[in-house]
Design a protein around this ligand. Sequence first.
Ligand SMILES: *Cc1c(COP(=O)(O)O)cnc(C)c1O
Length: 226
Amino acid sequence: MLTEITKQNIQRILAELPDGVALVAAAKTRTPEEILEAVQTGVKIIGENYVQEARRAYEVVGKRAKWHFIGTLQKHNVRKKIVQMFDMIETVDSMEIAREIDKKCTQIGKIMPILIEINSGREKQKSGIFPEDAEQLIRGVSGLSNIKLMGLMTMGPRFGNPEEARPYFIATRMIFDKIKQINLPNVEMRYLSMGMTNSYKIAIEEGANIVRIGTKIFGERDYGSS
Ligand SMILES: *Cc1c(COP(=O)(O)O)cnc(C)c1O
């Protein structure tokens, strides 16, 4: 069950986001019932990090929400059921994953909207492609007929002073603007997914039109139980 506080959090965030900025509720560790209640409170897009969790939630919530994949995608996880359920995959960072999505989508006759994840902090252990390699990947992905590239996503630092995230958002937006200038097939640069609980206001200032918020909606995550 969602608490009243959680419902108020959702309503407050939805009311405060500027027009044209979409909220993705980052739902990791939440139960399908909690996610359904969040949708009934006004959330339109659910962000899922884990394939198993997503499938359980989808069984309960179904098409009442849009589903964005925001986790780390392994090649073996790109199954038909997965490309069927998701409305967008925000975390494509290699040609290998893009080709796999394209292949599965071709089999089911779907064109998948995707974002390229930029590792704007250039941290080796983090997912996403380094800024300097993004254009080459984007040119490669634009050759895949069952993928539609619709923008970029980045994480940036999750904790600390939100101002520290600003340079990461600026770096990502610069790539976004540059790709927008180039006319590539199957590419329509429309979405910039940046900012989480700690940093979404800064991200919006730097051009984000998708923000992914978990903690500020649902409270701190408890990975210990369940
Ligand atoms: C968990 C998560 C978020 C939300 O993070 P919060 O700090 O809880 O708002 C956003 N994006 C991704 C990719 C995540 O995994």
